[in-house]
Design a binder for this molecule. Structure first.
Ligand code: GUN
Length: 297
């Protein structure tokens, strides 16, 4: 079987084109969406993500500000800053880049963000709304991007058996909840596996759609999937590769070369799920601006 390679860059590009047009229309009614991104410390991967978020805002016409704080910032200082932006009408969305330095309690920080500005979808109010399928919530960006990738690549999950590997709050748990909703682009039967699951292959072989988000390089091998599976690889793992220019390369959680021989469709790493995450953040920021200004959906 020659697998369809699901191109995240292409899908992200078409969503961004839609958003650009929508934002231009909002500006005609005097509304410019605004996003503030806060990063604490010097984590190199986080620095790259934050830079890309700022660039995406510029590309689409969203007002943005990036606040870079030193690693020694106290939890109280961060909470006070969030409070300031909760009360600043110029900003519709507030994003605090994770992970935070160890001395700062992540839950305290996420709880302080006004749920109507929580464009990451991590506040318990938005998590709860997602679980009950409420319209006015912000879905977390990576799982929402996965749903868009499936639908827009012609692999609608309706009625399919989706097997998720990984139970994180950022990907595994939310994608499970999103795809089991009684709603367009969902309506799937979902099984969730994790690091303590016994006989993992027994589950993964039953998948019509397999979503790998376990954080182990090349974890899913060809003998763990059935012919015709659709594979979404959420992993971003840097491994040593003496043949690469800088001695390393990025791989996913799926052994792409072998699994693609059996798959109907598969996402590459990089260029699959990755480009969707920031695009869905832009979409949530636009949604927040509409909510704050009572514009129609
Ligand atoms: N770090 C890794 N992924 C994410 C994300 O989706 N949002 C935030 N805020 N931090 C992250």
């Amino acid at each position: 079987m020659v697998a369809q390679i699901i191109n995240g860059n292409e899908v992200a590009k078409s969503i961004r084109a839609e958003l650009k047009e929508e934002i231009a229309g909002m500006k005609m009614s005097g509304v410019t969406p605004g996003l503030v991104v806060i990063i604490v410390g010097e984590d190199p991967a986080s620095q790259v993500y934050v830079r890309k978020k700022g660039e995406a805002c510029v590309e689409l016409g969203i007002d943005s500000e990036t606040i870079r704080l030193p690693a020694e910032t106290t939890e109280q200082e961060l909470l006070d800053l969030i409070e300031k932006y909760n009360n600043d009408k110029k900003f519709d969305g507030i994003l605090v880049q994770l992970p935070l330095p160890k001395h700062i309690n992540e839950q305290n920080v996420l709880l302080r963000i006004d749920p109507s500005k929580d464009v990451d979808g991590f506040h318990p109010v938005n998590v709860g709304k997602m679980v009950v399928g409420a319209e006015d919530c912000y879905l977390p960006c990576t799982p929402h991007g996965i749903q868009e990738l499936l639908v827009r690549s012609g692999n609608d999950p309706k009625g399919k058996h989706v097997v998720v590997i990984g139970r994180s709050n950022i990907v595994g748990k939310p994608i499970t909840n999103i795809l089991l909703q009684k709603a367009p682009g969902a309506d799937a039967t979902v099984t969730i596996c994790h690091s303590r699951t016994q006989n993992m292959s027994g589950f993964t072989k039953q998948a019509d759609i397999l979503i790998a988000a376990i954080g182990v390089p090349n974890f899913v091998k060809a003998d763990m999937v059935r012919e015709g599976v659709v594979v979404i690889d959420v992993g971003v793992n840097r491994i040593n590769d003496p043949t690469a220019k800088n001695g390393t390369r990025l791989v996913g959680d799926v052994d792409f070369e072998s699994v693609k021989e059996k798959a109907k469709a598969i996402t590459p790493v990089p260029g699959g799920v990755g480009p969707m995450t920031i695009t869905m953040l832009m979409k949530n920021t636009v949604k927040a601006a509409k909510i704050h200004h009572n514009l129609k959906k």
